[in-house]
Design a binder for this molecule. Structure first.
Ligand code: PGA
Length: 259
């Protein structure tokens, strides 16, 4: 059984005090939640990582960053290394988000370097993949997913990839309020799992968790989570408020966690 995983991608929102407030609110909302049943990950901006880590320690929530560089240290102005993310308390790191691919020149090659560096430092990468609207309309969705996954994971052994999380995030669904249908999500997730079987093996493919991301809200999470190959969600906008994010987590648990 794959453990469900809901991650909040706070993007470039929240000052330190606002981040502390949100984390505290979530801590109260999840005070009696079973940390063994589900993974909940908060990914604030770099500047708030330390404070958020302090707030969530002893709670069922875990810390993640939104990006990482692939070197341990050096003359790389503006970058943050995997070693430093570990140092501040991160367990997860989002890699290759479409906003980074679109605005900051992220490529499959840089994603691959970052995934390797994260794993070498004991961080769990949440590797984002997904097609644009144009690519979907041109029926290139599977081609794009294959390109992102094969090149993003190139050079990794089955053992190395066994811990990673993949986030299927159709670009046209991110921040648009237009989520993929549960069928579209399942179809993409199933394709990804089949591809992972071919690249590695069935056991690894069956163990890797695949999140859906793109306009996930309390009112669509249950339908999406009901799909057999959907193991969680990467949530942007709706992760910025205590009520909506906690509602998403509780509803996701209702679907996936059998009592
Ligand atoms: P959204 O963002 O939930 O606001 O659509 C998802 C993401 O970018 O990870």
């Amino acid at each position: 059984m794959r453990k469900p995983i809901i991650a909040g991608n706070w993007k470039m929102y929240k000052t330190i005090s606002q981040a502390i407030e949100l984390a505290n609110g979530l801590k109260r909302a999840f005070y009696d939640l079973d940390a063994e049943a589900i993974d909940i990950v908060l990914c604030p901006v770099f500047t708030a990582l330390s404070e958020v880590n302090e707030v969530i320690s002893g709670s069922p929530m875990q810390l993640g960053a939104q990006d990482v560089f692939w070197q341990q240290e050096g003359a790389f102005t503006g970058e943050v290394s995997p070693l430093m993310l570990k140092d501040v308390g991160c367990k997860y790191v989002i890699i290759g988000h479409s906003e980074r691919r679109q605005y900051f020149g992220e490529t499959n090659q840089t994603v691959n370097k970052k995934v390797k560096a994260a794993l070498q430092n004991g961080l769990i990468p949440i590797m984002c993949v997904g097609e644009t609207l144009k690519e979907r309309q041109e029926e290139k969705t599977f081609e794009v997913l294959k390109d992102h996954i094969q090149n993003g994971l190139t050079g990794l052994t089955a053992q190395e990839v066994s811990d990673i999380v993949i986030a299927y995030e159709p670009v046209w669904a991110i921040g648009t309020g237009k989520n993929a249908t549960s069928q579209q999500a399942q179809e993409a997730h199933q394709f990804i799992r089949k591809l992972l079987t071919e690249m590695f093996n069935k056991e690894i493919a069956n163990n890797i968790r695949i999140q859906y991301g793109g306009s996930v809200k309390p009112d669509n999470i249950e339908e999406i989570m009901q799909q057999p190959d959907v193991d969680g969600a990467l949530v942007g906008g709706a992760s910025l408020k205590v009520d909506s994010f906690s509602d998403i987590v509780i509803r996701a648990m209702k679907v996936k966690v059998k009592k």
